[in-house]
Design a protein around this ligand. Structure first.
Ligand code: UDP
Length: 480
Protein backbone atom coordinates (compact mmCIF):
# COMPACT_ATOMS: atom_id res chain seq x y z
CA UNK A 1 0.00 0.00 0.00
CA UNK A 2 1.30 3.46 -0.88
CA UNK A 3 2.33 5.83 1.88
CA UNK A 4 1.41 8.79 -0.27
CA UNK A 5 -2.09 9.87 -1.12
CA UNK A 6 -3.24 12.50 -3.55
CA UNK A 7 -5.90 15.08 -2.78
CA UNK A 8 -7.80 16.41 -5.77
CA UNK A 9 -9.51 19.69 -4.96
CA UNK A 10 -12.13 20.53 -7.61
CA UNK A 11 -11.00 23.11 -10.19
CA UNK A 12 -12.22 26.67 -9.81
CA UNK A 13 -11.86 29.76 -11.93
CA UNK A 14 -10.32 32.93 -10.56
CA UNK A 15 -13.03 34.90 -12.37
CA UNK A 16 -15.24 34.23 -9.35
CA UNK A 17 -13.02 36.52 -7.31
CA UNK A 18 -13.66 39.61 -9.44
CA UNK A 19 -16.82 40.82 -7.68
CA UNK A 20 -15.11 40.43 -4.31
CA UNK A 21 -11.73 42.00 -4.99
CA UNK A 22 -12.77 44.56 -7.60
CA UNK A 23 -11.53 45.13 -11.17
CA UNK A 24 -8.03 46.40 -10.35
CA UNK A 25 -6.99 43.51 -8.15
CA UNK A 26 -8.69 41.06 -10.47
CA UNK A 27 -6.80 42.38 -13.53
CA UNK A 28 -3.52 41.96 -11.72
CA UNK A 29 -4.42 38.38 -10.85
CA UNK A 30 -5.37 37.55 -14.43
CA UNK A 31 -2.17 39.06 -15.86
CA UNK A 32 0.09 37.41 -13.31
CA UNK A 33 -1.60 34.03 -13.81
CA UNK A 34 -1.05 34.20 -17.56
CA UNK A 35 2.61 35.12 -17.35
CA UNK A 36 3.30 32.66 -14.55
CA UNK A 37 1.72 29.78 -16.46
CA UNK A 38 4.16 30.45 -19.27
CA UNK A 39 7.15 30.71 -16.97
CA UNK A 40 6.23 27.47 -15.21
CA UNK A 41 6.30 25.57 -18.50
CA UNK A 42 6.43 21.81 -18.06
CA UNK A 43 7.07 21.92 -14.29
CA UNK A 44 4.64 20.80 -11.62
CA UNK A 45 4.15 22.54 -8.29
CA UNK A 46 3.89 20.00 -5.47
CA UNK A 47 2.30 20.75 -2.13
CA UNK A 48 3.12 18.15 0.48
CA UNK A 49 1.66 17.99 3.98
CA UNK A 50 0.45 15.39 6.44
CA UNK A 51 -3.31 15.67 6.46
CA UNK A 52 -6.04 16.23 3.91
CA UNK A 53 -8.55 17.38 6.51
CA UNK A 54 -8.59 19.42 9.69
CA UNK A 55 -6.66 22.59 10.43
CA UNK A 56 -5.83 25.70 8.52
CA UNK A 57 -3.28 24.28 6.09
CA UNK A 58 -5.65 21.74 4.60
CA UNK A 59 -8.33 24.41 4.41
CA UNK A 60 -6.11 26.76 2.42
CA UNK A 61 -4.71 24.11 0.11
CA UNK A 62 -8.24 23.07 -0.88
CA UNK A 63 -9.00 26.59 -2.07
CA UNK A 64 -5.67 27.69 -3.54
CA UNK A 65 -5.00 24.46 -5.42
CA UNK A 66 -8.57 24.56 -6.73
CA UNK A 67 -7.80 27.96 -8.29
CA UNK A 68 -4.38 27.03 -9.71
CA UNK A 69 -5.73 23.84 -11.24
CA UNK A 70 -8.68 25.77 -12.60
CA UNK A 71 -6.20 28.08 -14.33
CA UNK A 72 -4.28 25.10 -15.81
CA UNK A 73 -1.27 25.55 -13.59
CA UNK A 74 0.00 22.05 -12.91
CA UNK A 75 -0.36 21.68 -9.15
CA UNK A 76 -0.40 18.60 -7.02
CA UNK A 77 -1.32 17.97 -3.36
CA UNK A 78 0.25 14.94 -1.78
CA UNK A 79 -0.28 13.76 1.78
CA UNK A 80 2.45 11.72 3.47
CA UNK A 81 1.76 9.09 6.10
CA UNK A 82 3.26 8.32 9.44
CA UNK A 83 2.55 6.08 12.38
CA UNK A 84 1.27 7.17 15.80
CA UNK A 85 4.76 7.70 17.29
CA UNK A 86 5.67 9.90 14.30
CA UNK A 87 2.65 12.13 14.87
CA UNK A 88 3.32 12.20 18.60
CA UNK A 89 6.83 13.48 17.80
CA UNK A 90 5.61 16.06 15.29
CA UNK A 91 2.93 17.23 17.72
CA UNK A 92 5.68 17.71 20.30
CA UNK A 93 7.66 19.74 17.76
CA UNK A 94 4.51 21.76 17.04
CA UNK A 95 4.01 22.50 20.73
CA UNK A 96 7.66 23.39 21.21
CA UNK A 97 7.78 25.72 18.20
CA UNK A 98 4.97 27.50 20.06
CA UNK A 99 7.08 27.64 23.18
CA UNK A 100 5.25 24.92 25.14
CA UNK A 101 7.38 22.02 26.40
CA UNK A 102 4.52 19.58 25.62
CA UNK A 103 4.92 16.05 26.84
CA UNK A 104 8.68 15.95 27.16
CA UNK A 105 11.94 16.57 25.31
CA UNK A 106 12.74 15.45 21.81
CA UNK A 107 15.30 12.65 21.96
CA UNK A 108 17.76 11.20 19.49
CA UNK A 109 15.49 8.15 19.26
CA UNK A 110 12.70 10.55 18.20
CA UNK A 111 15.01 12.04 15.60
CA UNK A 112 15.75 8.56 14.22
CA UNK A 113 12.08 7.64 14.09
CA UNK A 114 11.18 10.93 12.41
CA UNK A 115 13.91 10.39 9.81
CA UNK A 116 12.90 6.76 9.24
CA UNK A 117 9.25 7.58 8.53
CA UNK A 118 10.17 10.39 6.17
CA UNK A 119 12.75 8.20 4.42
CA UNK A 120 9.96 5.71 3.68
CA UNK A 121 7.81 8.50 2.21
CA UNK A 122 10.81 9.85 0.30
CA UNK A 123 11.38 6.50 -1.41
CA UNK A 124 7.99 6.87 -3.08
CA UNK A 125 8.16 10.60 -3.64
CA UNK A 126 11.39 10.60 -5.58
CA UNK A 127 9.83 8.28 -8.12
CA UNK A 128 7.15 10.88 -8.79
CA UNK A 129 8.70 14.33 -8.42
CA UNK A 130 10.70 15.47 -11.46
CA UNK A 131 14.07 17.17 -11.06
CA UNK A 132 12.72 20.46 -12.36
CA UNK A 133 9.59 20.58 -10.24
CA UNK A 134 8.84 23.05 -7.48
CA UNK A 135 7.99 21.52 -4.12
CA UNK A 136 6.28 23.33 -1.28
CA UNK A 137 6.58 21.34 1.94
CA UNK A 138 4.25 22.33 4.75
CA UNK A 139 5.10 22.34 8.45
CA UNK A 140 7.45 20.28 10.63
CA UNK A 141 5.98 16.94 9.53
CA UNK A 142 7.63 17.38 6.13
CA UNK A 143 10.96 19.06 6.93
CA UNK A 144 12.82 15.75 6.62
CA UNK A 145 11.87 15.60 2.93
CA UNK A 146 13.83 18.72 2.00
CA UNK A 147 17.30 17.26 1.50
CA UNK A 148 16.38 14.28 -0.70
CA UNK A 149 14.13 16.42 -2.88
CA UNK A 150 16.85 19.05 -3.30
CA UNK A 151 19.27 16.27 -4.20
CA UNK A 152 16.79 15.07 -6.78
CA UNK A 153 17.08 18.50 -8.41
CA UNK A 154 13.73 20.00 -7.35
CA UNK A 155 13.42 23.58 -6.08
CA UNK A 156 12.22 23.16 -2.54
CA UNK A 157 10.36 25.61 -0.31
CA UNK A 158 9.59 24.78 3.30
CA UNK A 159 6.59 26.65 4.61
CA UNK A 160 6.20 26.87 8.34
CA UNK A 161 2.64 27.81 9.29
CA UNK A 162 3.42 28.07 12.98
CA UNK A 163 5.62 30.20 15.18
CA UNK A 164 5.97 32.67 18.00
CA UNK A 165 7.69 36.03 18.08
CA UNK A 166 9.87 35.20 21.06
CA UNK A 167 12.06 32.27 22.00
CA UNK A 168 12.51 30.07 25.03
CA UNK A 169 14.04 26.69 25.78
CA UNK A 170 11.18 24.86 24.09
CA UNK A 171 11.34 26.86 20.84
CA UNK A 172 15.10 26.43 20.75
CA UNK A 173 14.78 22.68 21.27
CA UNK A 174 12.27 22.45 18.43
CA UNK A 175 14.51 24.39 16.06
CA UNK A 176 17.54 22.28 17.09
CA UNK A 177 15.53 19.24 16.05
CA UNK A 178 14.42 20.72 12.72
CA UNK A 179 17.51 22.69 11.70
CA UNK A 180 19.54 19.77 10.35
CA UNK A 181 16.72 19.18 7.88
CA UNK A 182 16.27 22.80 6.80
CA UNK A 183 19.74 23.74 5.62
CA UNK A 184 19.24 22.84 1.96
CA UNK A 185 15.82 24.47 1.46
CA UNK A 186 15.82 27.06 -1.32
CA UNK A 187 13.34 29.22 0.59
CA UNK A 188 11.77 29.14 4.03
CA UNK A 189 8.38 30.78 4.29
CA UNK A 190 6.73 32.05 7.45
CA UNK A 191 3.33 33.66 8.01
CA UNK A 192 4.86 36.61 9.88
CA UNK A 193 8.23 38.36 9.79
CA UNK A 194 8.45 38.02 13.59
CA UNK A 195 8.49 34.21 13.28
CA UNK A 196 11.69 33.97 11.29
CA UNK A 197 14.33 32.50 13.64
CA UNK A 198 17.50 34.59 13.66
CA UNK A 199 19.60 31.76 12.16
CA UNK A 200 17.55 31.66 8.93
CA UNK A 201 19.61 33.51 6.31
CA UNK A 202 17.60 36.64 5.40
CA UNK A 203 17.84 36.06 1.63
CA UNK A 204 16.09 32.71 2.06
CA UNK A 205 13.22 33.92 4.24
CA UNK A 206 9.91 34.97 2.74
CA UNK A 207 6.68 36.10 4.37
CA UNK A 208 3.34 34.87 3.06
CA UNK A 209 0.31 35.43 5.29
CA UNK A 210 -2.55 32.95 4.93
CA UNK A 211 -5.89 33.81 3.33
CA UNK A 212 -9.52 32.78 3.13
CA UNK A 213 -11.63 31.88 0.15
CA UNK A 214 -14.96 33.70 -0.01
CA UNK A 215 -16.64 30.90 -1.99
CA UNK A 216 -15.52 27.87 -0.05
CA UNK A 217 -18.21 26.02 1.90
CA UNK A 218 -16.55 27.56 4.98
CA UNK A 219 -17.06 31.17 3.91
CA UNK A 220 -19.75 31.31 1.22
CA UNK A 221 -22.82 33.45 1.86
CA UNK A 222 -25.60 31.59 3.68
CA UNK A 223 -28.96 33.23 4.25
CA UNK A 224 -30.59 33.27 7.65
CA UNK A 225 -32.96 30.42 6.87
CA UNK A 226 -30.07 28.23 5.75
CA UNK A 227 -28.04 29.01 8.85
CA UNK A 228 -31.03 28.14 10.97
CA UNK A 229 -31.60 24.91 9.05
CA UNK A 230 -27.97 23.83 9.44
CA UNK A 231 -27.87 24.63 13.15
CA UNK A 232 -31.12 22.79 13.83
CA UNK A 233 -29.95 19.78 11.81
CA UNK A 234 -26.62 19.44 13.54
CA UNK A 235 -28.43 19.84 16.87
CA UNK A 236 -26.91 22.97 18.41
CA UNK A 237 -30.00 25.16 18.73
CA UNK A 238 -33.38 24.46 20.21
CA UNK A 239 -35.43 24.55 17.02
CA UNK A 240 -37.32 22.01 14.91
CA UNK A 241 -35.34 20.54 12.02
CA UNK A 242 -36.90 22.11 8.92
CA UNK A 243 -38.27 19.94 6.16
CA UNK A 244 -35.77 21.38 3.71
CA UNK A 245 -32.60 21.59 5.76
CA UNK A 246 -29.60 23.83 5.20
CA UNK A 247 -28.04 23.70 1.76
CA UNK A 248 -24.52 24.65 0.77
CA UNK A 249 -22.51 24.75 -2.46
CA UNK A 250 -19.61 22.37 -2.78
CA UNK A 251 -16.23 23.27 -4.26
CA UNK A 252 -17.31 21.58 -7.50
CA UNK A 253 -20.45 23.76 -7.71
CA UNK A 254 -22.97 21.09 -6.79
CA UNK A 255 -25.55 21.84 -4.12
CA UNK A 256 -25.79 19.57 -1.12
CA UNK A 257 -27.51 19.47 2.21
CA UNK A 258 -26.11 19.25 5.71
CA UNK A 259 -27.48 15.97 7.04
CA UNK A 260 -25.14 14.78 9.75
CA UNK A 261 -25.52 15.67 13.38
CA UNK A 262 -22.80 17.04 15.58
CA UNK A 263 -21.96 15.48 18.91
CA UNK A 264 -23.33 18.01 21.35
CA UNK A 265 -22.71 18.10 25.06
CA UNK A 266 -25.19 20.36 26.83
CA UNK A 267 -27.78 20.60 29.55
CA UNK A 268 -29.98 22.80 27.42
CA UNK A 269 -29.65 24.34 23.98
CA UNK A 270 -29.81 28.05 23.16
CA UNK A 271 -32.84 29.28 21.21
CA UNK A 272 -32.36 30.95 17.84
CA UNK A 273 -32.58 34.43 19.35
CA UNK A 274 -30.09 33.89 22.16
CA UNK A 275 -26.79 35.68 21.56
CA UNK A 276 -23.97 33.20 21.18
CA UNK A 277 -20.21 33.48 21.57
CA UNK A 278 -18.42 30.92 19.40
CA UNK A 279 -14.86 29.67 19.38
CA UNK A 280 -13.99 27.19 16.64
CA UNK A 281 -10.66 25.47 17.19
CA UNK A 282 -8.93 22.15 17.11
CA UNK A 283 -8.83 20.62 20.61
CA UNK A 284 -5.36 21.91 21.24
CA UNK A 285 -4.13 23.30 24.56
CA UNK A 286 -2.75 26.39 22.87
CA UNK A 287 -6.26 27.33 21.72
CA UNK A 288 -7.23 27.50 25.40
CA UNK A 289 -10.80 26.23 25.05
CA UNK A 290 -10.78 25.55 28.80
CA UNK A 291 -9.74 29.16 29.48
CA UNK A 292 -12.61 30.42 27.31
CA UNK A 293 -15.02 28.22 29.23
CA UNK A 294 -13.76 29.41 32.62
CA UNK A 295 -13.78 33.07 31.59
CA UNK A 296 -17.33 32.72 30.30
CA UNK A 297 -18.44 30.89 33.44
CA UNK A 298 -16.86 33.42 35.80
CA UNK A 299 -17.15 36.74 33.99
CA UNK A 300 -19.86 36.53 31.30
CA UNK A 301 -22.67 34.17 32.27
CA UNK A 302 -23.31 35.49 35.80
CA UNK A 303 -23.88 39.09 34.67
CA UNK A 304 -26.17 38.88 31.66
CA UNK A 305 -27.47 36.88 28.73
CA UNK A 306 -25.58 34.86 26.15
CA UNK A 307 -24.41 31.33 25.52
CA UNK A 308 -21.00 29.92 24.69
CA UNK A 309 -20.31 27.30 22.04
CA UNK A 310 -16.92 25.65 21.98
CA UNK A 311 -16.66 23.95 18.64
CA UNK A 312 -13.98 21.57 17.38
CA UNK A 313 -13.53 18.62 15.09
CA UNK A 314 -14.60 15.14 16.11
CA UNK A 315 -11.69 13.92 18.17
CA UNK A 316 -11.29 10.61 16.42
CA UNK A 317 -10.82 12.11 12.98
CA UNK A 318 -7.74 14.38 12.85
CA UNK A 319 -4.88 12.00 12.01
CA UNK A 320 -1.96 14.26 12.86
CA UNK A 321 -3.39 15.62 16.16
CA UNK A 322 -3.08 12.89 18.79
CA UNK A 323 -3.70 15.26 21.71
CA UNK A 324 -7.17 16.22 20.50
CA UNK A 325 -9.11 13.55 22.40
CA UNK A 326 -7.27 14.26 25.63
CA UNK A 327 -7.89 18.01 25.47
CA UNK A 328 -11.55 17.51 24.58
CA UNK A 329 -12.10 15.14 27.49
CA UNK A 330 -10.45 17.62 29.85
CA UNK A 331 -12.96 20.23 28.65
CA UNK A 332 -15.81 17.77 29.22
CA UNK A 333 -14.62 17.15 32.79
CA UNK A 334 -14.34 20.88 33.41
CA UNK A 335 -17.84 21.44 32.00
CA UNK A 336 -19.29 18.73 34.25
CA UNK A 337 -17.76 20.49 37.25
CA UNK A 338 -19.56 23.81 36.55
CA UNK A 339 -22.56 24.97 38.57
CA UNK A 340 -25.75 23.81 36.78
CA UNK A 341 -27.01 27.37 36.11
CA UNK A 342 -23.75 28.21 34.34
CA UNK A 343 -23.37 24.84 32.65
CA UNK A 344 -26.69 25.23 30.84
CA UNK A 345 -25.25 28.29 29.08
CA UNK A 346 -22.26 26.40 27.66
CA UNK A 347 -22.35 23.90 24.81
CA UNK A 348 -19.47 21.69 23.65
CA UNK A 349 -19.73 20.67 20.03
CA UNK A 350 -17.66 18.25 18.01
CA UNK A 351 -18.29 18.26 14.29
CA UNK A 352 -18.02 15.17 12.11
CA UNK A 353 -15.23 15.26 9.56
CA UNK A 354 -16.49 12.41 7.34
CA UNK A 355 -17.31 14.98 4.69
CA UNK A 356 -14.97 17.94 4.97
CA UNK A 357 -17.17 20.26 2.91
CA UNK A 358 -20.24 19.47 4.99
CA UNK A 359 -18.08 20.09 8.08
CA UNK A 360 -17.08 23.45 6.63
CA UNK A 361 -20.71 24.40 6.03
CA UNK A 362 -21.40 23.61 9.68
CA UNK A 363 -18.54 25.88 10.79
CA UNK A 364 -19.79 28.56 8.39
CA UNK A 365 -23.29 28.47 9.90
CA UNK A 366 -21.92 28.54 13.44
CA UNK A 367 -19.68 31.52 12.71
CA UNK A 368 -22.53 33.38 10.97
CA UNK A 369 -24.84 32.70 13.88
CA UNK A 370 -22.32 33.95 16.42
CA UNK A 371 -22.72 37.43 17.88
CA UNK A 372 -19.05 37.36 18.81
CA UNK A 373 -16.17 35.17 17.70
CA UNK A 374 -13.68 34.23 20.37
CA UNK A 375 -10.07 33.26 19.68
CA UNK A 376 -8.41 33.22 23.04
CA UNK A 377 -5.30 31.36 21.92
CA UNK A 378 -2.19 31.30 24.08
CA UNK A 379 -0.09 31.15 20.92
CA UNK A 380 -1.38 31.31 17.35
CA UNK A 381 0.56 30.73 14.15
CA UNK A 382 -2.03 32.70 12.22
CA UNK A 383 -5.53 31.73 13.26
CA UNK A 384 -7.63 31.41 10.12
CA UNK A 385 -10.72 31.20 12.29
CA UNK A 386 -10.21 34.89 13.02
CA UNK A 387 -10.41 35.91 9.36
CA UNK A 388 -13.27 33.48 8.85
CA UNK A 389 -15.30 35.05 11.65
CA UNK A 390 -14.47 38.59 10.57
CA UNK A 391 -15.42 37.79 6.96
CA UNK A 392 -18.88 36.97 8.30
CA UNK A 393 -19.14 40.43 9.80
CA UNK A 394 -18.47 39.35 13.35
CA UNK A 395 -16.09 41.05 15.76
CA UNK A 396 -13.40 38.92 17.33
CA UNK A 397 -12.42 39.01 20.96
CA UNK A 398 -8.98 37.49 20.86
CA UNK A 399 -5.58 37.34 22.47
CA UNK A 400 -2.98 39.77 21.18
CA UNK A 401 -0.70 36.94 20.08
CA UNK A 402 0.77 35.78 16.79
CA UNK A 403 -1.32 36.12 13.69
CA UNK A 404 -4.37 37.30 15.61
CA UNK A 405 -2.52 40.60 15.98
CA UNK A 406 -2.20 40.93 12.21
CA UNK A 407 -5.88 40.32 11.56
CA UNK A 408 -7.77 42.22 14.25
CA UNK A 409 -7.18 45.86 13.34
CA UNK A 410 -8.33 48.85 15.32
CA UNK A 411 -12.10 49.13 15.21
CA UNK A 412 -12.68 45.53 14.07
CA UNK A 413 -12.63 43.69 17.38
CA UNK A 414 -10.94 43.50 20.76
CA UNK A 415 -7.36 42.38 21.37
CA UNK A 416 -6.41 41.34 24.88
CA UNK A 417 -2.77 41.85 25.84
CA UNK A 418 -2.59 38.95 28.31
CA UNK A 419 -3.97 35.70 26.87
CA UNK A 420 -4.30 34.25 30.36
CA UNK A 421 -6.33 37.12 31.84
CA UNK A 422 -9.74 35.50 32.13
CA UNK A 423 -11.37 38.55 33.65
CA UNK A 424 -10.24 40.87 30.86
CA UNK A 425 -11.49 38.39 28.27
CA UNK A 426 -14.83 37.92 30.02
CA UNK A 427 -15.30 41.64 30.52
CA UNK A 428 -14.65 42.36 26.83
CA UNK A 429 -17.15 39.70 25.78
CA UNK A 430 -19.73 40.97 28.29
CA UNK A 431 -19.38 44.55 27.02
CA UNK A 432 -19.96 43.53 23.43
CA UNK A 433 -22.92 41.31 24.31
CA UNK A 434 -24.42 44.29 26.11
CA UNK A 435 -23.85 46.64 23.19
CA UNK A 436 -25.25 45.07 19.99
CA UNK A 437 -24.92 48.33 18.02
CA UNK A 438 -21.19 48.45 18.67
CA UNK A 439 -20.88 44.75 17.95
CA UNK A 440 -22.52 45.31 14.55
CA UNK A 441 -20.26 48.27 13.77
CA UNK A 442 -17.11 46.36 14.60
CA UNK A 443 -18.36 43.42 12.57
CA UNK A 444 -18.90 45.52 9.45
CA UNK A 445 -15.41 46.97 9.73
CA UNK A 446 -14.06 43.46 10.30
CA UNK A 447 -15.52 42.23 7.01
CA UNK A 448 -14.08 45.16 5.05
CA UNK A 449 -10.65 44.61 6.62
CA UNK A 450 -10.53 40.94 5.61
CA UNK A 451 -11.63 41.74 2.05
CA UNK A 452 -8.81 44.24 1.80
CA UNK A 453 -6.02 42.08 3.21
CA UNK A 454 -6.76 38.36 3.51
CA UNK A 455 -8.61 37.14 0.43
CA UNK A 456 -6.86 34.47 -1.68
CA UNK A 457 -5.86 36.64 -4.67
CA UNK A 458 -3.12 38.28 -2.61
CA UNK A 459 -1.89 34.86 -1.51
CA UNK A 460 -1.73 33.54 -5.08
CA UNK A 461 0.22 36.62 -6.20
CA UNK A 462 2.78 36.11 -3.44
CA UNK A 463 3.23 32.47 -4.43
CA UNK A 464 3.68 33.49 -8.07
CA UNK A 465 6.48 35.88 -7.08
CA UNK A 466 8.16 33.23 -4.96
CA UNK A 467 7.98 30.49 -7.58
CA UNK A 468 9.14 32.92 -10.26
CA UNK A 469 12.29 33.55 -8.25
CA UNK A 470 12.94 29.82 -7.98
CA UNK A 471 12.43 29.28 -11.69
CA UNK A 472 14.85 32.12 -12.50
CA UNK A 473 17.44 30.73 -10.11
CA UNK A 474 17.12 27.25 -11.56
CA UNK A 475 17.61 28.68 -15.05
CA UNK A 476 20.67 30.57 -13.79
CA UNK A 477 22.11 27.41 -12.23
CA UNK A 478 21.52 25.42 -15.41
CA UNK A 479 23.28 28.05 -17.53
CA UNK A 480 26.09 28.55 -15.04
N1 UDP B 1 -11.94 23.84 11.52
C1 UDP B 1 -12.90 23.12 10.85
N2 UDP B 1 -13.69 22.28 11.54
C2 UDP B 1 -13.58 22.16 12.88
C3 UDP B 1 -12.59 22.93 13.58
C4 UDP B 1 -11.78 23.75 12.84
O1 UDP B 1 -13.05 23.22 9.63
O2 UDP B 1 -14.33 21.37 13.47
C5 UDP B 1 -11.12 24.75 10.69
C6 UDP B 1 -11.31 26.22 11.00
O3 UDP B 1 -12.51 26.70 10.45
C7 UDP B 1 -10.06 26.77 10.33
C8 UDP B 1 -9.04 25.69 10.58
O4 UDP B 1 -9.76 24.50 10.89
O5 UDP B 1 -10.25 26.91 8.94
C9 UDP B 1 -8.15 26.04 11.74
O6 UDP B 1 -7.17 26.92 11.30
P1 UDP B 1 -6.44 27.91 12.26
O7 UDP B 1 -5.43 28.65 11.44
O8 UDP B 1 -7.43 28.74 13.00
O9 UDP B 1 -5.73 27.01 13.33
P2 UDP B 1 -4.83 25.68 13.20
O10 UDP B 1 -5.79 24.55 13.43
O11 UDP B 1 -4.21 25.66 11.83
O12 UDP B 1 -3.86 25.83 14.32
Amino acid sequence: MSLLSQVEPPHRTIARLEPVVGPKRYRQLVDTTASFRQRLGHRTIWNINSTAVGGGVAEMLQALIGYTKGESIATNWTVISGDAPFFAITKRIHNQVHGAPGDGPLTSADARHYARILAANTAELIRQVKPDDIVMLHDPQTAGLITPLVELGARVVWRCHIGVDWSNEATEAAWRFLRPHLGRAHRIVFSRRQYVPEWVPQPLARIVPPSIDPFSPKNQELDEQTVRGILATIGVIDAPVPEKAGQFTRYDGTIDTVNRRAEVLCDSLPCWDDPVVVQVSRWDRLKDMDGVMQAFADHVAPSGDGHLMLVGPSVSDVADDPEGAEVYHECVAQWRGLAPAIRRRIVLVTLPLNDIEENAAMVNALQRHASIISQKSIAEGFGLTVSEGMWKGRPVVGSAVGGILDQVADGTGVLLPDPLDLEAFGTAVRRLLDNPAKTRRLGQAAHAHIREHFVGDTHLLRYATLFDELISEAAGTAQG
